[in-house]
Design a protein around this ligand. Structure first.
Ligand code: BUP
Length: 462
């Protein structure tokens, strides 16, 4: 009929921080009556991702899942010595998509109206869809400011004028307030690193996309969004669609009795410090122990999610083994320490939570915003310092810039405890967090910017 529903294909990559926002985009499209096919890359790297996908599929039985089975690792590949399991998986998936995605897409009936790919896979998608009439969109799992750096990257690195000014401590992206090099992921500034080559090559291909989804708030990142959409950052950037992605019901734990929520029910409103460093950030044992001491000296009740290994499948040692019996005993008198996947969206929404010590993964930042929880920003890796700058600018979190990068970092417990107290007693941060929460809710509500964006796209896809 003339009012055919848009058929949208979503292509997942690897890492909970990439999968979660893509599934939230899917939920948003489903809410607007799109028909969704989810392409998942197998084998899946982490338990957390497998569980998220199953929960999503059982919450939305109308979604079709197509599995893309990754090719074996190629030992002759120049990148076969990659030691980061997520990066290795991305490389394998990029190669596999180039070989396997086209027949899969052609087998879909009806043929899709649009494809949304995680950012890590888009160059392969573009390559194989060149001759198809299929608009390709990217879901970018970080802030608009980080996308500005990505979009500008090859222009910046190849321009001789920037080269001669290279003693500068900042990168001047047109239309965007200067980006201190000390906040840029260090590997991006090393021409021999694989991250550098990925940014170099991929950023040149952005103009081939039909649009970019960036999960962010206009009010928080208006400068970067305007610079991108007005063509200031670099020519040829397709439309940027800011959307506010919120934690969804499908992410909730299935069991009804939840020890964490029960524990939170017994704490006073806004009294608890929630500490979680994301799905990938393993720390040294030494740093983990300092954190334990820091939480104890802060004198607030706390909920601490400990991560000891980068991959959850390998994270098998008990809390007593990781922390030692003495520290564990002291910790248990004051708070709840767990070493498992928690439902962060639900925790941040509990009224007992008063502050969040975060590694500043962008999903975590947006979840804090969604629930109006102030932050203590502690960004150790990757895009996280760029994200922390957005928090700092937004005024809803504290950030100690001197805490450095993961490799060199050991923050002393005492200093951490002091900063936690500062965050928890700041009325200013609390007010700013509440203010930005209201903005986020407006964007998601009836007639808000999310609805405007999705309706505009659906019109195009009809
Ligand atoms: Br850990 C953990 N429960 O126990 P980010 C994470 N999450 O719900 P990333 C849980 O995973 P990097 C847990 O709420 C967020 O949606 C969390 O994404 C959820 O960081 C997601 O915050 C994690 O963007 O690290 O991807 O873990 O920044 O290194 O990509």
């Amino acid at each position: 009929g003339t009012h055919r529903l848009p058929q949208v294909v979503l292509l997942t990559s690897s890492g909970a921080g990439h999968l979660t926002p893509l599934l939230r985009v899917a939920a948003l499209l489903l809410h607007h009556n799109c028909q969704i096919t989810l392409i998942t890359c197998h084998p899946i790297l982490t338990l957390a991702e497998s569980q998220l996908i199953s929960k999503f599929l059982s919450a939305f039985p109308q979604v079709k899942e197509k599995q893309l089975h990754l090719l074996p690792h190629d030992p002759n590949n120049v990148n076969s010595n990659i030691d980061d399991p997520f990066l290795l998986q991305w490389e394998t998936a990029r190669r596999s998509v180039r070989h396997l995605l086209l027949p899969l897409l052609l087998s879909l009936s009806p043929f899709p109206s649009a494809l949304v790919s995680d950012v890590t896979l888009f160059p392969s998608v573009i390559e194989i869809t060149e001759n198809l009439n299929l608009p390709v969109y990217v879901q970018f799992p970080s802030c608009a400011r980080m996308f500005c750096l990505f979009a500008y990257f090859s222009a910046y690195m190849t321009s001789s004028s920037t080269r001669s000014n290279d003693n500068n401590d900042v990168i001047e992206i047109p239309g965007v307030w200067p980006m201190a090099k000390s906040t840029v992921p260090p590997l991006l500034l090393e021409p021999k690193s694989i991250f550098y080559s990925i940014f170099m090559e991929d950023s040149k291909k952005i103009p081939k996309l039909s649009g970019i989804f960036i999960p962010t708030l206009e009010t928080l990142e208006s400068e970067s969004l305007t610079a991108l959409n007005s063509g200031k950052v670099v020519d040829g950037v397709p439309p940027i669609y800011p959307i506010v992605l919120m934690p969804c019901d499908f992410e909730k734990h299935l069991q009804e009795e939840n020890k964490i929520m029960k524990w939170l029910d017994n704490q006073s409103p806004r009294s608890v410090v929630y500490m979680n460093f994301g799905s990938k950030a393993a720390m040294s044992r030494k740093q983990i122990k300092e954190i334990g001491n820091g939480l104890i000296t802060s004198a607030y009740p706390f909920l601490w999610v400990v991560k000891d290994k980068e991959l959850d499948k390998e994270d098998t040692e008990s809390l007593n083994e990781v922390l030692g019996n003495d520290l564990m005993e002291k910790l248990e008198r004051k708070g709840l320490v767990v070493k498992e996947w928690v439902n962060q969206g639900e925790i941040l929404g509990h009224e007992a939570v008063g502050g969040f010590v975060s590694h500043c993964g962008w999903n975590s930042v947006l979840e804090a915003i969604w629930h109006g929880v102030r932050l203590l920003a502690w960004p150790p890796k990757g895009d996280q310092k760029v994200n922390a700058e957005a928090i700092d600018r937004g005024g809803f979190g504290l950030w100690t810039r001197t805490w450095g990068w993961a490799a060199e970092m050991v923050v002393k417990g005492e200093e951490l405890g002091e900063r936690i107290k500062e965050m928890m007693t700041s009325e200013e941060l609390k007010l700013r967090a509440e203010h930005i929460r209201v903005e986020a809710r407006k964007a998601v509500g009836d007639g808000g910017s999310n609805e405007i964006v999705i309706k505009e796209l659906i019109e195009k896809w009809k």
